[in-house]
Design a protein around this ligand. Sequence first.
Ligand code: GTP
Ligand code: MG
Length: 382
Amino acid sequence: MATAMLTCSCCLRFKYSPEEIEQRHKSQQIDRMIERERQSLRRQVKLLLLGAGESGKSTFLKQMRIIHGLRFEPEVVREYQQIIYQNVVRGVRVLVDARNKLGIPWEHESNAHAGEMVLRSDPNNFIEPVPFTRLCPSLQALWNDSGIKTAFQRRSEYQLSDSVGYFLDNLPRISRLEWTPSNQDILHARRATKGVVECVIPIRGVPFRFVDVGGQRSQRRKWFQCFDSVTSILFLVSSSEFDQVLLEDRRTNRLEESRNVFDTIVNHLAFGNVSTILFLNKTDLLLEKVRSGLSDIRNHFPQFSGNPSEPTDVQTFILSLFSSVVKRRRRSGAFGGREGEERTQPLFHHFTTAVDTENIKVVFGAVRDTILRRNLEALMLQ
Ligand SMILES: Nc1nc2c(ncn2[C@@H]2O[C@H](COP(=O)(O)OP(=O)(O)OP(=O)(O)O)[C@@H](O)[C@H]2O)c(=O)[nH]1
Ligand SMILES: [Mg+2]
């Protein structure tokens, strides 16, 4: 290799061999790429979706896709179709079993046979359209029976997924061979999240990384791996669950569990400078429950002093259950506030219905603007 050693001060470029020049060029390119990556990571917004099982985290993420124009691919829609078939068959099995155990009589004794048949069947045998649609007349007859309807009304006494009523009300449509799930059907499809699911959606030119985790007890140990560089926590609570117990132990009140999880998160040291936004979700189901008079919150929360059939009283009480656990503590200077100043974390809240696209559009619009503004402020401080 011939090195050009012409070290004349005005011709410094001759100091390097062509290979060295090539290498320097490559390394500069790499530096520029790293810098671009760093800039994009600095700009990136990371939103952590947290909350107990069935609070609506994955439904919220589905809404983010819908609202920002990301289509569900045909194979994903097909997968949801199978999930919905399973949701329906499993749901009817639970209802028939509950009717038996609660000792509720059949309206039509002739449905006893269909009930037995559904109880003995394996839901995995009905994930294709043909076998599912063949089963539908029996499912419909069962759903029409007032014995099953009474068991459905008493669903807070056992474990029934919240979307079963929606799918059974829509059975005439779902039972058609040519049916494929609409966005609304997909929003109601229930599959518990296992592990961590990430989705990056560009919003107003800024990459928003949504991190969705499983909320059931066995899944929560996986949360800690996501705690790095979080911009905001979106904490979801199923506000309608004040009269229900956990699927995991069938003992603990679901709202109590949710509040304990919230306490751990909102007061966690790792989130000293992270804003938390509380979504009191399932407003539609809460209103239905409170207005129906079928359930009285005082039986589960004796400290409730408002009017139990007034939805805003119940909502205000549930909000106070959560806001009261936020502890005061010292903060570092980031995100406003003076270094070492003692104050509570800012807690924003919204009453949401995650299956309602218009509602989530409005709520997320406000959340997005706050996050983008704070993100910009934080970037300018760096
Ligand atoms: N009616 C109604 N149903 C909702 C609402 N939010 C979620 N759901 C339904 O509730 C069920 C549970 O919602 P998911 O989004 O799967 O809950 P999750 O928090 O992701 O649950 P895990 O993955 O187990 O942690 C689904 O069937 C949703 O369609 C709501 O606001 N109203
Ligand atoms: Mg989920």
